[in-house]
Design a protein around this ligand. Structure first.
Ligand code: GLA
Length: 401
C-alpha cells in the first residue's frame, strides 16, 4: 500500500524539477566568439557561417575558441503552438542547419534569449516559454545559452535563472548557461549551482579608459570594468566564472590597449569571447587573440582568478597562481604616459589565502618568460627594472621548475 501511495505521489509530482546546471562543463573559462560587440542586430546566417569559417582558417579554433555564439536579434516569431523560430529573412535555413554546419567544423554553437517578455533588442523573450524554448534549443543542437535580463519587471533573478536551468536539464542536452543580469542581483552569491558564468557588470564599451553614458544606461571601458571586479575573485572557480563581458580586441582600440585588455581578462580567468570580425582582422589582432601562452594563463587548470597585489603610481601588479607552482605576473600601466617599474621578487614571500599558494622567491628561483615577446627574461634572483608604455602591460610567467 505504501509503495502504491509513494509511486502515485511520484507520478503526480509534475512540478519537481532539477534546478542544478549540467556539471562538468566550462571547467576552464569558456572561449569562443559572439556576434554582439561587432554586429549588434545586423546579423544573418551568412555572417555566422563566414565567421565560423574564419575562426577555423585563422587558427582561432585551434587556439581554443570553440563557441560560435549568436547574440540578440536572430529571432522571428512564435508559431501558433508557441515554438520560437528564427527570422526567416536573416536565417532562411534555420538554426538547426546552422548548428549542423558549425558542428561540422569542430565548433560549438551558442544562442541568446532573455528571462523577460522581450529581449533587450525587442525580440520575443522566454518568459512563460522556458521549457518549450529549452526543448527547441536542445533539438537544434545548441551548446551554450546566454540568458539576458531585459524586460523582467519584478521577476526574482535567482528564481528566473533556476527556471531556465531546470528547463535545460529537462530538455536533456548539456548546455552551458551564461547568466547575463549585469551583476544587478549579485549572481556571484547564488549562481554557482545554476550557471557556468555570470556577468559582473553592465556592458563593455570599446575604449580603454572611459564610461559611455547612453542616457538610461551606461557602458564601461576596460579599466572601469576591471575596477568593478574588486572582491569577486573568491566566487570564481572551475565550472563557475565571473564574466566581465566579452572582448573588444580588434574593434578599434590601439594595439597596446587591446593587448592590455586581453592580458587582464586572462589574469581574471574571464571567459574569452571574442567580439571582433574574424573575417577581416589584422595580423596584430590575431596575434593578441591567439597568444598561446597568455591563453594558457587564462585556461590554467587550477582555475584560480588573479588578484591585484600592489598599486604604485599608475602601475598595478597583478598575480595569478597557476598549476604546478607557477605564477603569472602582470604589470598594468593605467596612465597615458610610460612608467618605469622596479620589483624586487625577494622582498616578501607572497601568500594567497584563497589558493593556499605561495610565491617565495627567497627560497626558490623562478625562471621568467615575457609572454608578449616570447623571450626568456632571466630569473627572480635579480630585481626587475622595466619601462611600460602607456596603457600597456608587461606580463611574465614565473616557472617553478
Ligand atoms: C544586453 C547584454 C549585451 C547584449 C545585448 C543584446 O545589453 O548585456 O551583452 O546581449 O543585451 O541586446
Amino acid at each position: 500500500m505504501l509503495s502504491l501511495v509513494s509511486s502515485a505521489f511520484a507520478q503526480g509530482n509534475n512540478y519537481a524539477q532539477n534546478y542544478h546546471k549540467f556539471d562538468g562543463l566550462a571547467l576552464t573559462p569558456p572561449m569562443g566568439w559572439n556576434s554582439w560587440n561587432k554586429f549588434a542586430c545586423d546579423i544573418d546566417e551568412k555572417i555566422i557561417r563566414e565567421v565560423a569559417d574564419a575562426i577555423v582558417s585563422s587558427g582561432m579554433r585551434d587556439a581554443g575558441y570553440t563557441y560560435i555564439n549568436i547574440d540578440d536579434c536572430w529571432h522571428g516569431q512564435r508559431d501558433s503552438l508557441g515554438f520560437i523560430h528564427a527570422d526567416p529573412v536573416k536565417f532562411p535555413s534555420g538554426i538547426k542547419a546552422l548548428a549542423d554546419y558549425i558542428h561540422s567544423k569542430g565548433l560549438k554553437i551558442g544562442i541568446y534569449s532573455d528571462a523577460g517578455s522581450q529581449t533587450c533588442g525587442g525580440r520575443p523573450g522566454s518568459r512563460g516559454y522556458e521549457f518549450q524554448d529549452a526543448l527547441t534549443y536542445a533539438n537544434w543542437g545548441i551548446d551554450y545559452l546566454k540568458y539576458d535580463w531585459c524586460n523582467t519587471e519584478s521577476l526574482n533573478a535567482e528564481g528566473a535563472y533556476k527556471t531556465i536551468t531546470a528547463a535545460l536539464r529537462k530538455a536533456g542536452r548539456p548546455i552551458v548557461l551564461s547568466i547575463c543580469e549585469w551583476g544587478d542581483n549579485k549572481p556571484w552569491e547564488w549562481a554557482e549551482p545554476i550557471g557556468h558564468l555570470w556577468r559582473t557588470t553592465g556592458d563593455i564599451y570599446n575604449c580603454f579608459d572611459c564610461i559611455k553614458d547612453h542616457g538610461t544606461w551606461k557602458a564601461f571601458g576596460v579599466l572601469a570594468i576591471l575596477d568593478m571586479q574588486d572582491g569577486l575573485r573568491k566566487y570564481a572557480g572551475k565550472g563557475h566564472w565571473n564574466d566581465p563581458d566579452m572582448l573588444e580586441v580588434g574593434n578599434g582600440m590601439p594595439q597596446n590597449e587591446d593587448r592590455a585588455h586581453f592580458a587582464m581578462w586572462c589574469m581574471l580567468a574571464a571567459p574569452l569571447i571574442a567580439g571582433n570580425d574574424p573575417r577581416q582582422m589584422s595580423k596584430e589582432t590575431l596575434q593578441i587573440l591567439t597568444n598561446k601562452e597568455v591563453i594558457a594563463v587564462n585556461q590554467d587548470t587550477l582555475g584560480i582568478q588573479g588578484f591585484k597585489y600592489a598599486t604604485k603610481d599608475s602601475v598595478e601588479t597583478w598575480l595569478k597562481p597557476l598549476a604546478g607552482g607557477d605564477w603569472a605576473v602582470c604589470f598594468l600601466n593605467r596612465a597615458k604616459t610610460p612608467a618605469s617599474i622596479q620589483f624586487d621578487w625577494q622582498e616578501k614571500t607572497i601568500f594567497d589565502e584563497l589558493s593556499q599558494r605561495e610565491l617565495n622567491a627567497k627560497d626558490h628561483t623562478y625562471q621568467l618568460k615575457n609572454l608578449w615577446t616570447g623571450k626568456k627574461s632571466g630569473s627572480t634572483a635579480k630585481p626587475l627594472r622595466a619601462n611600460i608604455p602607456a596603457h600597456d602591460v608587461l606580463m611574465f610567467r614565473l616557472s617553478a621548475k
